[in-house]
Structure formats: C-alpha cells, structure tokens
Design a protein around this ligand. Structure first.
Ligand SMILES: *Cc1c(COP(=O)(O)O)cnc(C)c1O
Length: 522
C-alpha cells in the first residue's frame, strides 16, 4: 500500500517530479520553521518509556495516504521531543547550533545525492572536498605533501589515524600489515594519550586488534594537560619492558575540560622516539580560524595526523569531519584497487578518486556545507563565533566563581566548564554526589536547561559546554538559577544526612587548592 494509485516512480527525484519535490521541501521548511519559532525550551523532558508508547502500534508495512499525516507523525515521534541544540539554555554536550548556509549545502548535496568515491561519480564534488582539505591543511600549517579526507566524525578520524600509525610503524620494522595482518609481536605495540583523552582512542585500539590495554594513559598537570615529563617516563617504562611505543596522541581540546596538551613538546618527544604523532583536535579545531586564540594550537603543524570535527566548532550539521595527514603517502594504507571502481591506472592521466584515501566506500558529500559556510559566512566570522563562546565561558567562570554555592574545578580553556553544587562544607561527598546527580536529572526532566555530567576523582560533577555564539551571560544566569533551585530541593530531600561531613576544605579554598593539585594525585 502506498499513496493511492501511485508507485515509487511518482516519488523519484527527477525532472518529472520537480513539483512534488518543491512542495515536499516547502512543507518540510514550514514544519521546521514552526517548531523553531515555537520552541520555548531545549527539551520536553520525556522519558524513554513515555516516548516508546507512541512507537508501539506503528506498522511499518503500512503507509499513509496524505503527506499531512506523515508529517504529523514525524511531529509526534520526533520533533515534539527533539533536543534543540540551537536553544541558548542547551549547554550539555559538544553539539553546536548550525549555520544556515550549511543547511542549504545539505539540501543540495542530498538532492543530487553525490557519492564522493570516484571521480566518475562526483567530478566537481571531488575538487570541492580536496580544496577544503588543502585549505584545512594550510590552516594547520602542514606542508605541501599534506593531504586528508572527510570522515563521519572524530571517532572515525581517530581510528584512521591510529590505523595509519600502526601500519607505518610496522612497515618500518619490515612488516606489511595491509596484506599480511598483524605481526607476531603486535601485542607489544603501545599508544600514549592523556588520561583524559577521548575514549574513541581505546575503541580504535580495540578495532585495530591491539586492545584497550595498548593505550597508555599519561597523567595530566593541574590544568588537565598531558604532562610531558610523565609521557617521557611512561614511554621509558614501556621501552624497558621491551614494548613498542608506536604513537602518541595529543588532545587539542579535551572533551571535559577543553584543555590543550603541550603540542610542541609532545611532538618533539614523540618524533625523537620514532613514534607517530597524532593530534585530536576534534573540539579545538575551531581555533584554526580564531582571530584571537589561534596561538593556542602552536605546534599542531608538527603532527603526522590531525583530527578535526567541523560539526563541533565550525557550526556544521553532523556529520562533517576530516583527518589530515602531513604526508599523503601514508593514506595508501587504506587504498584498495577494485576492478569495478578504481582500477589502477584507470585513465592514462589518472583520476582523483577520493575512495583511495578513505575507509568508507560510498560516502556523503559533507564538504559542500562547509564550502557554502566559508563562501557565505566566511572563515573569519566562524573563528569569531568560536572566540565568542570562549569569552562567554570565561564570563560564566567568573559568575560561578563568585557564587559561594558553586565549586568550579578549573579555569576554562575552550568553552567547557566543570563544576558542582557545593553550598556548604557540612555535606559529605556522598550527599554531594547524590545532589549533583539529581540536579542533572531534574534539569533534564524539566527540559528548561540542559547540562552534562562527568566524574572527577570518582565524584559527580556537572559540565556546561557552551557552543552557542548567540547565548548570553543572562542565559547562563538563568541556567545557574535553575541549578541552584534543583540543588536546594535535592538537599532538602536528604533530610537526615548521617554520613561523615566532607573532610575537604570549603568550596572556596578547594577551588584554590585545585590550582596546586595534579589530577592524578587527587
Ligand atoms: C567529540 C570528540 C571525539 C569524537 O568525535 P565524534 O565526531 O563524536 O565521533 C574525539 N575526540 C574528542 C577530543 C572529542 O571531543
């Protein structure tokens, strides 16, 4: 059953159905318009079991006869309870509001449905992606032989970086992984990353056959940056045990604290020991175009590979990411010549087939939205928007610092702030854990403001991730007010607190104390 008397042919995107196309897009546009115009808060607070109810009786073997019914269903199942990242009270994860030209890019690229695999499927799209890769490599400061490819996200970029690192390292030792698989002594390979590096590095190590334990966590300094002395120590310890340090990963913008590892020191150290140097700038890549803070990435140009997530700090819709490498020859680790697709020497002059440097085959033309963004908004304005969220985060830090019921544990570096509700030293850590966890739950349930949570020293903290350049300190004041209200309510519920009062100093001196403490000592 379909819409009465129609076949799939009537729905195809082609010259005969352009009227339908235009109508459908306009209907979608109206729908989105209405939802954004009416959105009063970032979320309704629905619970999974409540929403699941609405899905229970849906039969996907049946279709509707009218478009209006289809859209009403999308409204009920999705848009009513969507989480709206554009809302100024959304301050939870690394999700950004998106710029309009990028949405135009999505529409065009999806309609034409270009797959950027081979030149014979994408032509100009190939050059658009390549030009953006070259541009990004230039911003990083990589040299002429640099190259890269768009990916689905930081997770895939990190996986690919570690794959290139592993294959390069083993090739140096005379073993070709691509054709022969892992070498006999593969279990000795080690990757070094900050103790608060992204979990995708461990997942990558597991996927690459090395296992989580191949990733050595390196302690951080008091600013949550990898300590190069500790790195040297950890590498030495591995070497002494006959292990094989193959790669070191710097994080330029940790997910929780926004901290940037000392890139030049780590790169120099890694290269001196024959290791691959990868920089995970999934979050910090916005600094590449920042008029004020580009210097924070000093040393990134020494990397062998760099992860960038345009869908985090370039205000792009997901997905939009890339992996850059300093030497394009490394990308051959993911090249496969298929007779049907990209045979060797396809044309006498060769063709630029992007599939030759991607882990994916059929791949979205995500580059177009970034292209439209740069050509409409401009790179400098994107950088200024990132500067603005960094500034808002500094204002937020001062606001929280001046509030006696809030404990802030770090000075922000990019646009995240980790803190907790800690109104008096009378409360035990157990109570604080419970209260802060319930603040987050209550906020989520109310949907009025969303913040994230994380653990520091095994305890519950709250985290604001500020990526909305349209948000103001007044918006954050509103969020803070709600945090404190829910905090007081949660405390009141803990009427009888028999546990031992916290033996830590009060929140003010704890804030100061953190300045002198090292994360791994806590
Ligand atoms: C978000 C993030 C990733 C993962 O990126 P996805 O695009 O979510 O796959 C990797 N590293 C860091 C530092 C991140 O913040």
């Amino acid at each position: 059953m379909g819409q009465s008397g129609k076949s799939a042919r009537d729905f195809l995107f082609n010259a005969q159905n352009l009227k339908r196309y235009k109508e459908a897009i306009l209907q979608g546009l109206e729908l989105v318009h209405r939802n954004i115009a009416n959105s009063r808060k970032p979320f309704t607070g629905t619970h999974p079991h409540e929403l699941a109810e609405r899905f229970r009786d849906i039969d996907l073997d049946q279709s509707f006869s009218r478009d209006s019914e289809v859209l009403a269903e999308v409204q009920a199942l999705y848009l009513d309870d969507a989480v709206y990242f554009h809302h100024p009270s959304y301050a939870a994860h690394l999700n950004c509001p998106v710029v309009v030209p990028a949405l135009l890019g999505e529409l065009i690229a999806s309609s034409i449905n270009t797959a950027v695999e081979t030149w014979d499927q994408s032509a100009g799209a190939t050059f658009i992606e390549q030009k953006l890769i070259d541009w990004t490599a230039g911003k990083i400061g990589l040299q002429k032989q640099a190259d890269g490819v768009f990916t689905s996200g930081g997770t895939q970029s990190n996986l690919m970086a570690l794959l290139l690192a592993r294959d390069w390292f083993c090739a140096k030792r005379g073993h070709d992984i691509k054709t022969r698989g892992l070498p006999a002594d593969f279990a000795k390979l080690r990757i070094f990353a900050s103790e608060i590096g992204h979990f995708s590095l461990k997942k990558a190590a597991a996927t690459l056959g090395l296992g989580y334990e191949a990733v050595i966590p390196v302690p951080c300094d008091r600013y949550f940056r990898m300590d190069p002395h500790a790195l040297r120590r950890e590498i030495k310890r591995c070497q002494d045990r006959g292990l094989l340090p193959m790669a070191v990963v710097s994080t330029a913008g940790t997910t929780d604290f926004g901290s940037i590892d000392p890139l030049p020191e780590i790169a120099t150290l890694g290269h001196a020991r024959g290791m691959w140097v990868h920089t995970d700038a999934a979050y910090g890549c916005g600094l590449l175009v920042s008029p004020k803070h580009r210097h924070l990435l000093r040393g990134i140009e020494l990397s062998d590979s760099v992860t960038v997530d345009y869908h985090k700090s370039f205000f792009q819709p997901v997905s939009c990411s890339a992996l850059l490498v300093s030497d394009k020859r490394h990308l051959s680790a993911v090249t496969y010549h298929a007779d049907y697709l990209n045979p060797r020497n396809q044309l006498p002059e060769g063709t630029p087939d992007l599939v030759n440097k991607s882990m994916q085959t059929t791949r979205r033309f995500d580059a177009l939205k970034l292209w439209l963004t740069l050509r409409t908004v401009g790179a400098r304005n994107i950088g200024e928007a990132f500067d603005r969220v960094m500034h808002l985060t500094r204002q937020t830090y001062l606001l929280f610092l001046s509030d006696p019921s809030i404990e802030v544990i770090h000075q922000p570096q990019l646009s995240t702030l980790v803190f907790r509700f800690h109104p008096s030293r009378q409360h035990s850590e157990a109570v604080l854990d419970e209260v802060n966890a319930s603040i987050r739950k209550a906020l989520y349930r109310s949907g009025e403001a969303l913040v994230a949570g994380t653990k520091v020293r095994g305890h519950h903290y709250l985290k604001c991730t500020l990526l909305n350049p349209a948000a103001t300190i007044q918006d954050i004041q509103g969020v803070l007010k709600r945090i404190k209200q829910h905090g007081q309510e949660a405390l009141a519920k803990q009427k009888t607190d028999h546990s031992v009062p916290v033996s830590l100093p009060d929140s003010y001196s704890l804030r100061r104390g953190m300045e002198n403490a090292r994360l791994h000592d806590l």
